[in-house]
Ligand binder design. Sequence first.
Ligand code: NDP
Length: 253
Amino acid sequence: MHPESLFNTGLVMMFVFSLITFPVLFFVTAPYGRHRRPGWGPEIPDTVGWIVQESPSVVLFAVVFFTGPNATQLVPLLLFALWEAHYVQRTFVFPFLLRGKGRMAPVTTVGLAVLFNLVNASVNAYALSHGPGVTDYGWVHDPRFIAGVALFLVGYSVNRHSDAVLRALRKPGESGYKIPDGGLHRYVASPNYFGEILEWTGFALAAWNLAALSFALFTIANLAPRARSHLRWYREQFPDYPRTRKALIPGLW
Ligand code: NDP
């Protein structure tokens, strides 16, 4: 198939993923982490799962990007740097920082994540360096680029800080859950998801193409229902869980 046709097919798949994921996850909580339960087939160590599922977002993204004619242009390179700053940490650092004994993940969820990341990494890298992404140098002065990069960086900080607060709740080797506090944890059950959504919304604004938009929409479709499940879970597990905390968006939802 011609690369352009492959890209268009991948792009359509990205929007279809969101359309399916959003309603399904309101009824079926993805069975990993605190929502892990029997009946989802064989499992592998959680750390291995993270590395396997996220690797396409580092490696395939770089391969597709650097085979494109616009790969040496400033704007695509800056967007490439933002993407890789997130995914190198997520793939090769984050999994080794996680705490908790016997953490396992179902091959089913890892497999679905691999499929998603293969499509997502290829269409986003293709859009940036093969077109139809923005390549004009003047774009760095455009308010959409500036606001998008700023939003990405705010989201990145919120995501990293919120994940760090969660990790600190467990001593090395310890398992179990506590009520988190600090930063945006005082306002919502899943500030790490809120940060992740800000990041990819900012990226979509800065990249200004349909592939980046499809990823931002998928991130919302995937994480909003899960944040709702997390809030419900906290309220069931901890009678003293602060009633004012929302699921995802401080003060709103
Ligand atoms: P969670 O918030 O569910 O868990 C993050 C880590 O913190 C896990 O190791 C978890 O342990 C631990 N943890 C969470 N809450 C507590 C608590 N109350 N007490 C003690 N430990 C706790 O996040 P996810 O695992 O779903 O996601 C991890 C990262 O990946 C996030 O930054 C998220 O934004 C990102 N992500 C992005 C997606 C996207 O669509 N772009 C999709 C999914 C995740 P345990 O595993 O034992 O529950």
